[in-house]
Ligand binder design. Structure first.
Ligand code: LLP
Length: 403
């Protein structure tokens, strides 16, 4: 796998912006947006970005400029989208376990809200008085890179198939309509067969039970290669979805709008995380490369066991097997285990690839660590700071005694 910059440039970026640092490549981001925009031929097709993958406002502006709408899972995400210029007609809220104030906020700021359970649907219609809502259907089929991110099937998500007629009845009791049927089977699948099977189930649900639906949202989850896995064939998925849509239209005579809401697919590959080696040591037979990349800024390995390709700026022609760790006070603070790298020394840079999705967006200030700066590698080759590194002040500025 290739880094998108040269060793000299990584070293230069660290000297200008400090370590660690997230870098995003605008050209790759726009390319992924265009692929998704072209996914289906059906005129009713429209993609929306699932902002949870990366909510940097400058990246959102680029994604919006490519004609992609936005999905929000929380009110905070709505605020982030609005800051990037998204308007009410471009935002869909798809959340779960919402409070009544959140429901009101969603009704005011998003064109539609998708509810995750029968009682949430009822509460939403009662609280807001809105006459149109969406429901998240659990198609009974899931997929994803690990059980923590598989959402279809026996999980907390969505309304089970058997309860869909009850959702329709609740809507009617409030003189309202269910106009969006939504699903999301899970995240990071590289074989689309479960996704497509679930999409077929969703269309059958709409055909049988939801006559007022005008939009079907197939969710996200399209995977990206983190190592040398085969790329998902996005054109094939598009064709298969178009076929399902055409069959549906032939059977029912209904012409609907269709949505997909990828997060990772748009942003994962445009992002890299750069860190610095701080210490090399041997403990109980393991050679540790200590870095400033604690799990507070990249937690995917700790949380899911996911692995990212790692490259270094070391020019050594010797190699060694390293366990790459961060600077957090926990034994589990590991980025990669037993990987072969050129011999490292303190001061070398490590570059963690494919970290544009669920990297910074899941970062925290655990252990009093500052979240890194983010930099955009623009199409003209220049670099632009798109988020400042946290400051010590950001660790304490919410203390009442300081307000
Ligand atoms: N729509 C809904 C309702 C979702 O819950 C998600 C992701 C998406 C769309 C976008 O999924 P994507 O296209 O990004 O796979 N932190 C985990 C992934 C969690 C995904 C949560 N929901 C990771 O780092 O692998």
């Amino acid at each position: 796998m290739q880094t998108f910059l040269s060793k000299e440039v990584y070293e230069q970026l660290i000297s200008v912006y400090g370590s660690p640092l997230y870098v995003y490549d605008e050209t790759i981001l726009r390319q992924r947006c265009r692929e998704i925009r072209q996914l289906c031929k059906d005129p009713g097709f429209h993609p929306q970005y699932s902002v949870k993958a990366n909510a940097n406002i400058e990246l959102l502006k680029i994604i919006r400029s490519e004609g992609i709408h936005a999905d929000a899972m929380s009110m905070g995400e709505v605020v982030q989208e609005e800051a990037a210029g998204y308007t009410k007609d471009e935002i869909v809220v798809c959340s779960n376990n919402m409070t009544p104030p959140e429901m009101k906020f969603a009704a005011e700021h998003a064109r539609i809200t998708i509810l995750d359970s029968l009682d949430q649907l009822e509460q939403y219609l009662k609280t807001t008085g809105v006459k149109q809502a969406g429901i998240r259907v659990n198609p009974g089929i899931g997929d994803g890179h690990c059980t923590k991110v598989i959402t279809g099937g026996n999980t907390k998500f969505g309304i089970p198939l058997a309860d869909i007629p009850k959702a329709q009845k609740i809507a009617h009791d409030f003189n309202a309509s269910i106009t969006i049927a939504h699903m999301h089977v899970g995240s990071q699948y590289l074989d689309p067969s479960n996704f497509l099977q679930a999409a077929e189930v969703l269309l059958r649900v709409v055909e049988q039970w939801l006559p007022e639906v005008t939009e079907v949202d197939f969710g996200g989850g399209f995977g990206v290669p983190y190592h040398d896995e085969k790329r998902l064939d996005i054109n094939d998925i598009g064709k298969d979805l178009d076929d399902l849509i055409m069959d549906f239209q032939r059977r029912t005579g209904r012409k609907l709008s269709f949505i997909v809401e990828p997060g990772r697919y748009l942003v994962a590959e445009c992002g890299e995380l750069i860190g610095t080696v701080t210490s090399i040591k041997q403990n109980s037979g393991t050679l540790y490369a200590g870095t400033d990349l604690g799990f507070n800024i990249m937690m995917r390995h700790v949380l899911y066991g996911s692995t990212h390709h790692i490259v270094t700026t070391s020019s050594s022609d010797q190699t060694a097997e390293y366990t790459v760790v961060g600077n957090i006070c926990e034994t589990g603070d590991i980025l990669a285990e037993h990987i072969k790298l050129p011999t490292l020394k303190p001061g070398d840079q490590v570059i963690v690839l494919t970290t544009g999705a669920y990297g910074f967006s899941m970062a925290s200030q655990y252990n009093g660590r500052l979240r890194p700066a983010e930099v955009l590698h623009q199409e003209d080759g220049s670099f632009r700071l798109i988020r400042q590194r946290d400051t010590f002040d950001s660790l304490i500025h919410q203390l009442p005694s300081l307000l």
